[in-house]
Ligand binder design. Sequence first.
Ligand code: 6PG
Length: 256
Amino acid sequence: MSNERRVLVHADAEALAASITARFLTKIIDLLDERERINVVLEGGRMGVRVLETINASPARDGVDWSRVHFWWCDERWVPAGDDDRNDTKARRALLDHIDQPADCVHAFAASDEGLTLEEAAAAYSDELAAHAEGDSSLPTFDITFLGVGPDGHTASLFPDRAEISEREANVVAVLNAPKPPPERLSLTRHVLNSSQRIWVEMSGADKASVLGLALAGAAYTEVPIAGIKGRKRTVFFVDDAAASEVPEHLIAPDY
Ligand SMILES: O=C(O)[C@H](O)[C@@H](O)[C@H](O)[C@H](O)COP(=O)(O)O
């Protein structure tokens, strides 16, 4: 498979979640044959959570040595610890609380009730990334980064026509007045997301069709942020039929 963006289409959300789950479990077992520790970046959208629930329900779940899998987030909402709106709360409930792994494998953003300002929390996550840097990078090697996409083309908490999508220095940004509630968020920046070996985009539903078509047709990333995201090795859009209705035929990967 080339490093071009590829689109894998599935009949519906259930088939999409099952396919991502099967590919994910297979891929991380293969990666753990090659690397002592792997890093996975999670996202907080509905399909992202559904995939974690499907992984948790998989008979293959306990075939993974989760103690060698580190979890990070592409973004987080600035709300108190344990709040249902937090991406890490959703991930813990869906999967992380049910697998056997040390607490230091889970790298959550700070919460709004832990004594830091939003800006301090962004700096703290950047420090956490640096503390787990590999090679000559200031970042861990992200083996798989999951991303959701909003109908406006935002991904993580990088929204259209906003300064954060064009940030080139900081690895983590504080986001104020976000168009998608809650208004205050934290997000990895575009160059950090693009440092990932594999980007796995998860999109379900007709409300994503237009923005997926725009992204794959080469829209400007400042206007359609997901259009500016590409993994170093692979970029795969895992979508259902409803989201694929405006995807150019030649970009749809053949059925495997
Ligand atoms: O914190 C968040 O809100 C997510 O990280 C966000 O980027 C999400 O992935 C998209 O908004 C898609 O969300 P849905 O899949 O629920 O539409």
